[in-house]
Write a protein that binds this ligand. Sequence first.
Ligand code: 9MJ
Length: 672
Amino acid sequence: MATVNKKVLEQLRRTIRDYDFQYYVLDDPTVPDAEYDRLMRELLKIEATDASLVSSDSPSQRVAGQALGAFQQIKHERPMLSLGNVFNEEELDAFDERLRKRLGVDKALAYVGEPKLDGLAVSVLYENGQLIRAATRGDGQTGEDITENVRTIRSIPLCLQGDHFPRRLEVRGEVFISKAGFKQLNQQARAAGEKEFVNPRNAAAGSLRQLDPSITATRPLEVFFYALGIVSEDFIPQQHFSVLRYLQSWGLRVNPLIEELNGAAECYRYFQKMADKRERLDYEIDGIVYKINSIELQEELGYVARAPRWATAHKFPAEEELTQVREIEFQVGRTGAITPVARLQPVFVGGVTVSNATLHNMDEVRRKDVRAGDTVIVRRAGDVIPEVVKVILARRPDNSQSVQLPEVCPECASPLQQLEGLAVIRCSGGFTCPAQRKGALKHYASRKAMDIEGLGDKLIDQLVEQNLVSELDDLYRLQWQEIAELERMAEKSARNLVAAISKSRETQCARFIYALGIREVGEATALALAEHFQQELAALMQADLQQLLLIDDVGPVGAKNVVDYFALEKNKTVVLRLTKDIGIDWPQSETLMNPNEASLAGCTYVITGTLTAMSREEAAERLRMQGAKVSASVSAKTTGLIAGEKAGSKLQKAEKLGLPILSEADLLQLLN
Ligand code: 9MJ
């Protein structure tokens, strides 16, 4: 590089040093890992252009995760490797292509795919089957002696099982804290008034690098092993996958999701499968590691610097990124709830471009003190709506202003209301507020409500803005000619829409109740109400609080909202117009099956946890088809609890009550 601006280079180093200090010493990172990695890559790139630019105090020369002083240093007899990266399918193909070229093979290479744990790499040494030493990775050459801490980790055996293990055996793996363990740890920290950990990785690092092993012992650390270090005698299986099987047979924990894969295409499919599973795993993974399965080929391929040529990490897109808040606006929802939303400088995070992040409510805005102009960390994990994690205060512009709640509804200028003790603030305008009107119509038309095909959000916005619809029943009086005038509509689409709206007249009682959008009345409550009142809407409209409270699945808040809803004359009028004038109707008895065939009549089931063969909704639907009731809460009246993976408090409650617990397999049998 012709001219490297030394000032810029030094500034880059200073920034990285700052981040290192915050991360490693204070255990309080201020920027997302992706940002740190980017800066480090930039530094390495500049330094690679000219060796004279590399100073001995550059963060690039520093031992990452250096000993804090009190731990003994341990020199690894075989260096602990790091991994190269690929970030997309093309780079994966290029990696595979490179290996095949080097090996001079044409056919698909055999790989092993492993979830890449986001924890801390450790090495554990066994002699004659006894754990004698454990070390952190350190810089790969030298780590810290953490034997005493590692001995407190329950999933790391102190002695190996069986007796066919090598006399000297070093195994390597990742120590981590599960998502559930992390939650619990932070709950305890909160209760004790202590500082919370930022993420599971940070918590695992902090726990493993405790000088006092009795503290480490209280932390929910776990391990998965994935590699060998030094091994005494001739223990040389032919394949990496058999090494993993041996490890398992000696009682060392190996990730059960590891698979043998053939060629780059299978590697990519495995990557996608794990990306789908990622949210549901109880530990964080940040990608997939592909390793050549044949040990012989691994040896032939060898190493570049400190990374094996025969393996690479395929990273998931970062879930946290830095961006700027352009402004903070207040959105008005279907029930009038006012939600502060951060409008962001668009940023690619968690695999999509994000330009809005919810701030939930004013309490949260105050707690995080997010302001327009702030640089913030945005997080988007899985399908969860994007969130502002925290503000980088050091980058706050001068004279920024804290956010003020508007005095009136930003959409209709009606006064705002806040019920005591609740964080939610609402617009009091009801159906006169265009935002609430749009929200109510969108809910009414949605798939689980009246399921009106073609009536999407953009169209509803136009219908409200052009004053074509103000109440729910106006929908049914729309003429195709009016609709055809709207943006992106024509005669055919307009006629189709009128037909779809008209078709929604024939529905089910529970759907209609749900579609009304009564607060806290979700699908399950709507169904319980419809069943209890035997599909008689008039009975529901006249019900009082006492009656409603007797129904399973209807909580006190939902019950009160139902009473309040029908107490308002204008709600009653709309409902009567819809059912009487418009002709919305449903079969009087909604038994989906002939009662004689309804084998589960009289049974009530609760479904909890994650099912693999079908969604919970689907399972509920199928149970109902056979005459069973499906309830949201466990009680003494429950016939049985269907418990999928990761069942939680409902399972505990059912066990306490001594109720039958059914597995997913039991459920399938029941349905058959
Ligand atoms: C993690 N972090 O889960 C390796 N890793 O192999 C797995 N890391 C690795 N393998 C060689 N599954 C160097 C690092």
